[in-house]
Design a protein around this ligand. Structure first.
Ligand code: BTN
Length: 268
């Protein structure tokens, strides 16, 4: 089956299963949200993980909170269902899966783009030259399945020139960065290979993982406001620590934040 109606690659399921850690695949030419489909599939009896749910196009892509995810044709939008325990991840490490996924996407992008241009915006975005190119949405599967759904959206051949007004100045796509169409299938394989490696680093408590988050942290030195839902914290970001927390120096001292929506106050 072709990857999508504007296919730039024959989608090779066998290769995915041979060359990556994915064990099951599911393709939808059009679907509301791959995360929603993946969550529904967590309880199926024949579930083998990691399970890849890929969409040619999403009609109701979801972002964090009430945000929507712009998923025009040419984008790469997929979800992975994993059993974290099968990959050696403890429940304490589940919250770090978002950053770990973001790092995997950074590494995939860095195979084409300059490393200096690629940044991780804690806790779940990837930026290129300050513009958002990828969002990650991790959701916990229904009890008692002990599954996680890792949703990844990357703007690839969906140029932001055709995006809604509010995204045109804040988002970017691979095609906007390189000027040429990118093979999404190859890019998907890159992400999956990188993700397997980064999850292995996380599960084996690799102490250099945090250094890789830190060296790509888009927020270091910036004044940030972090809204955790119940509280707003303002201060200068010191980076990301080994527990995946955002370190912020506030007027009343250092704080570590484990989740929230970040706004950069001193945007140039
Ligand atoms: C965010 O930036 O807030 C997260 C965006 C996550 C988007 C991806 S696209 C594939 C998967 N399916 C969804 O509905 N959302 C995620």
């Amino acid at each position: 089956m072709p990857f999508s109606s504007d296919s730039d690659a024959a989608f090779d399921w066998d290769r995915i299963r041979k060359e990556t850690f994915v064990r099951q695949t599911e393709f939808h030419a059009t679907v509301d949200s791959t995360n929603s489909v993946a969550l529904e599939g967590c309880e199926t009896a024949d579930l083998e993980t990691p399970r890849l749910v890929l969409a040619g196009e999403q009609t109701a892509g979801r972002g964090r909170g009430a945000n929507a995810w712009w998923s025009a044709p040419g984008a790469l939008t997929f979800s992975l269902v994993i059993h974290p325990a099968h990959l050696g991840l403890t429940p304490q490490q589940w919250p770090m899966s978002s950053l770990t996924t973001g790092l995997a996407v950074c590494l995939a992008l860095e195979e084409t783009l300059s490393r200096d241009d690629v940044r991780l915006k804690w806790p779940n975005d990837v930026l290129v030259r300050g513009r958002k190119i990828c969002g990650v949405l991790v959701e916990v599967g229904p009890r008692p399945t002990e599954t996680l759904v890792i949703g990844i959206g990357v703007n690839i051949n969906n140029s932001v020139r055709n995006a809604p007004d509010e995204l045109r100045s804040t988002a970017t796509a691979m095609i906007d960065e390189t000027g040429i169409a990118v093979n999404r299938f190859e890019f998907l394989c890159r992400i999956l290979r990188a993700l397997e490696l980064q999850i292995t680093r996380l599960s084996s408590h690799d102490t250099s993982l945090a250094a890789d988050w830190q060296s790509r942290c888009a927020l270091i030195g910036r004044t940030v406001e972090v809204d955790t839902g119940s509280r707003r914290t303002t201060g200068v970001c010191q980076g990301i620590d080994e527990d995946g927390a955002l370190a912020v120096l506030t007027e009343s001292g250092p704080e570590r934040l484990f989740g929230g929506v970040v706004t950069m106050i001193n945007d140039e």
